[in-house]
Ligand binder design. Structure first.
Ligand SMILES: Nc1ncnc2c1ncn2[C@@H]1O[C@H](COP(=O)(O)OP(=O)(O)OP(=O)(O)O)[C@@H](O)[C@H]1O
Length: 363
């Protein structure tokens, strides 16, 4: 296996009484786009600060290309950070902002010139080098911040919620640009966000965090289709999460009926949670569905109807149906067994991975 660019081994961060990171293990490979995703305060920024060298891990190992860097000063790490508020120098023009780190490192003047122009070109700001920061839009300022980080030719770029100050349209455009930039440069990006859509759209791999732990890591598709627990299912996209009980491998009981499902490896009678995505559900005639539900509300969303309904156990269902329904109407709810996913209470990421591997062996 190729050596990781950055690796965390059981990294713990403690501030006084509070444990902010509770044993983080992660490996970032060269040339991939990674995202740390989780609610405010879960420890995302702390991870970036430890990689950048702005703060130290209380215990555990931080490796960069296989070398332990726990005690390496920030200015000797081949890492740069793009901050949420850009942190540009308002009294310097665009050129001098981008040149800042290079001048600090006493790079030759001619080389500074070439590197700054090159970095501005990467973020599509050629010709802007003599502008004042105050003459730029928010999106352009963010690009200057990215150019400033890239001018130092880091091996890893850390991005701490870099798009959160931008309006929705610009934010979407910058998502494409950042993804494109990462692919052109082929360096490792570690991006922090609490926006799940942004994480799904941009990443090769996502680390879903909560309260100082990584709950699940994987590709956007893996995490969306196979959430490990209630928190991940709820945080990533919209879900229907219902209580249930395993009957046997690939069979689960919910709403007093037995259904086929996508998962095995649990004990019979084990209490589980069942997750079904709204887009995997459809409204059909009462006798053609697996369950009968009563429609509560309906909204037309352009390419689907967003319907809420209740089953006989009073579970609320969110349905993205291609077929319309009427308020108060009894309808059938249709879904395929492969879309019925089971989550085990308190399962660790290792046990979850082992369980998924065991299905693949069976197949
Ligand atoms: N210097 C510090 N001293 C004490 N506690 C701190 C310090 N820095 C951060 N924390 C605490 O650590 C926790 C994690 O903070 P962190 O900034 O890593 O979270 P985050 O996931 O990046 O959140 P956000 O999305 O709000 O930026 C928070 O509860 C924060 O209050």
């Amino acid at each position: 296996m190729e050596q990781s660019m950055v690796e965390f081994k059981n990294v713990i961060k403690q501030y006084d009484d509070a444990q902010i990171l509770k044993g983080i293990d992660m490996a970032l490979e060269k040339g991939k786009f990674y995202t740390l995703l989780g609610p405010s305060g879960c420890g995302k920024t702390t991870i970036l600060r430890i990689i950048a060298g702005f703060t130290n891990a209380t215990s555990g190992d931080v490796l960069f290309e296989g070398q332990r860097i726990n005690d390496l000063p920030a200015n000797r790490r081949q890492v740069n950070t793009v901050f949420q508020d850009y942190a540009l120098f308002p009294h310097l023009n665009v050129f001098d902002n981008v040149a800042f780190g290079l001048n600090l490192r006493k790079v030759k003047k001619a080389d500074v010139q070439t590197k700054v122009i090159e970095a501005l070109k990467l973020v599509r700001l050629e010709g802007y080098d003599q502008r004042e920061i105050s003459e730029l839009s928010g999106g352009q300022q963010q690009r200057v911040a990215i150019a400033r980080a890239l001018a130092n030719e880091p091996k890893v770029l850390l991005l701490d919620e870099p798009l959160s100050a931008l309006d929705m349209k610009l934010r979407k455009a910058m998502q494409y640009e950042l993804r494109d930039l990462q692919q052109r440069l082929g360096i490792t990006f570690l991006f922090v966000t609490h926006d799940q859509e942004e994480a799904l759209a941009m990443s090769d791999e996502i680390f879903v965090m909560n309260e100082g732990r990584v709950l699940q890591s994987g590709t956007p598709v893996d995490i969306y289709d196979e959430p490990i627990n209630h928190f991940v299912a709820d945080f990533i996209g919209e879900s229907n999460i219902l209580p249930g009980k395993m009957v046997a491998d690939y069979q689960v009981e919910m709403v007093n009926k037995v259904f086929e499902c996508a998962d095995a490896g649990m004990r019979p009678h084990e209490a589980v949670e069942i997750v079904l995505r709204p887009e995997d559900l459809d409204i059909v005639a009462v006798d053609q569905g697996q369950l009968v539900v009563t429609v509560d509300t309906q909204l037309f969303r352009g390419d689907y109807y967003e319907i809420t309904a209740y089953d006989t156990d009073q579970n609320r269902w969110l349905i993205h149906s291609t077929n319309p329904a009427k308020d108060g109407q009894q309808v059938g709810l249709f879904f395929e067994p492969e879309d019925v996913h089971i989550m085990r209470f308190g399962e660790s990421e290792e046990d979850f991975d082992a369980r998924l591997d065991s299905y693949e062996e069976e197949e």
